[in-house]
Design a protein around this ligand. Structure first.
Ligand code: NAD
Length: 460
């Protein structure tokens, strides 16, 4: 098929590259000249495993990028809108959606063939029907369901493993205004054999995405609340506790070869310094605002956000247990990205921790394997940016792990090799708790002596 993707960000570009890999001819449309130029050169503007390889393979062939939206749409069967939907402090900000819909609508006015417009951006229920559809109809002078198709196809990819997630999704949610639109959507995903397809109306498709993100955010805040309580007891590790909880077969199927092995979800929702990124925080807030607009309070989700906002403070509290004054303290910050595998620092808990420590007058040196270039110039001028892990930790009084990059697992060996004994605050529970001389982890009480914890390791 011939496909236009409007918005070549994390979702748009990954979708475009993966669809090209499936044999579709895809044009990315963006307003950012640098992104367009980079994509056309086959160079990924973002850090995402496997994306560079796909761009190198398809750029200039099945995949191109342009700012010429009418040209792209005139040569496509389907347009996928994947622009940003940030939270503006009060509610979801639909400016990019409105702008994209207006431009797509104007382009549709000049197209005779049946064209399908699909919203892939995360938008609150009703947006596609009540905001996008009227704009498309007004600008094109055509009617949805008669002259063009309209669909909603939320995206569930996770940054860091986005190419793998798009290529092998858990499910495809296909929201469509009518059977004709659905047929085109089904064709777009030809070859995704064995993937469950949920065919539904547009509002339900929009809601599924929010409910899904809200559930994950809730599970993480739940782990953090339980973890904070675990940390007030001796010998109670939240990893053991939540591991025990999630061995319940209603949560996870058992691995026949190793029935006691912990399900992967335990790591994903483990207690830590909080969730961040461009999705969970803004989507949960947007859903709460959406509920409020409809007269529906959402106290549970409000608590999820409140817990998350406070969670970075648990890292500062851990430092305070060892240093009465954080002013002048030399602190190595390991990790800026909101999760490993991405250069995305949007709403990263690391930024909240850094801001707090700068207020205390701590001297910060930071290192992230992928996200250093994402730091704002203002922040950069207040920090020391290290080129490597070893440079970052040299001479530090304390080391904070704020992103679970696998590279940071080398820390215990590095410290042992140099005979350094700084305090390590593990905001992501990446290291084994006895692997360094002075360890603090979220969801576990500081345990200076081996006698306090005779087991010494995770008991599951
Ligand atoms: P992003 O900010 O990385 O990308 C948005 C892109 O749209 C940018 O490149 C921007 O230049 C471009 N753009 C803005 N206005 C435009 C216009 N009028 N015409 C053409 N291009 C325009 O955003 P993202 O992280 O890719 O998220 C996109 C949507 O997908 C959001 O609704 C988000 O909630 C949702 N989503 C994101 C993720 C994720 O992990 N990032 C996962 C699932 C869903």
């Amino acid at each position: 098929m011939n496909v236009s993707v409007i918005g070549a960000g994390y979702v748009g570009l990954v979708s475009a590259a993966c669809l090209a890999e499936r044999g579709h001819r895809v044009v990315c449309v963006d307003v950012d000249e640098r992104k367009i130029e980079s994509i056309n050169r086959g160079v990924s503007p973002i850090h995402e495993a496997g994306l560079t390889e796909l761009l190198q393979k398809h750029a200039g062939g099945l995949l191109t990028a342009t700012d010429d939206l009418p040209g792209a749409i005139s040569r496509s069967d389907i347009s996928i809108i994947a622009v940003g939907t940030p939270f503006n402090g009060t509610q979801i900000d639909l400016d990019q959606i409105r702008e994209a819909a207006a431009r797509v609508g104007s382009a549709l006015a000049h197209i005779d063939a049946f064209h399908v417009v699909v919203v892939k951006s995360t938008v609150v229920p009703g947006t596609t029907d009540d905001v996008v559809r009227p704009i498309l109809e007004e600008r094109s002078g055509k009617r949805a369901g008669e002259d063009f198709g309209l669909g909603m196809n939320p995206e569930f990819l996770r940054e860091g493993v986005a190419v793998a997630d798009f290529s092998d999704p858990d499910r495809l949610v296909l929201g469509a205004i009518d059977g004709r639109t659905l047929e085109v959507l089904e064709k777009l995903y030809d070859g995704f054999d064995g993937v469950p397809r949920l065919r539904t109306n547009i509002r339900t498709a929009e809601m599924i995405k929010y409910a899904s993100n809200a559930l994950w955010a809730t599970l993480i805040s739940f782990s953090n609340e339980i973890g904070n309580l675990c940390a007030l007891h001796s010998n109670v590790d939240s990893l053991d506790v939540l591991g025990g909880v999630h061995l319940d077969r209603r949560f996870t199927t058992r691995d026949a070869a190793d029935p006691a092995s912990l399900p992967a979800v335990v790591d994903y929702i483990a207690a830590g310094c909080g969730f961040g990124g461009s999705c969970f925080p803004k989507d949960v807030r947007a859903l709460i605002a959406h509920g409020r607009n409809l007269g529906c309070d959402m106290p549970l989700l409000q608590a999820v956000i409140d817990i998350n906002v406070k969670q970075p403070a648990s890292v500062i509290a851990a430092l305070r247990r060892h240093f009465s004054d954080l002013g002048g303290l030399r602190i190595a910050i390991l990790g800026l990205a909101f999760k490993p595998g991405t250069s995305d620092i949007r709403e990263s808990p690391a930024l909240a921790v850094i801001e707090k420590l700068l207020q205390h007058g701590s001297v910060l040196r930071v290192y992230d394997p992928a996200a250093m270039t994402e730091l704002s110039l203002t922040l950069r001028s207040r920090l020391d940016c290290a080129p490597s892990l070893i440079d970052c930790i040299k001479g530090a009084d304390a080391i904070l792990i704020l992103t679970a990059w696998p590279e940071f697992k080398a820390l215990p060996d590095l410290l042992a090799h140099h005979n350094w004994t700084p305090l390590v605050v593990d905001g992501r529970r990446l290291l084994a708790k006895r692997s360094v001389a002075r360890y603090e982890g979220i969801g576990i009480r500081n345990m200076p002596s081996a006698i306090e914890d005779p087991v010494g390791n995770r008991s599951i």
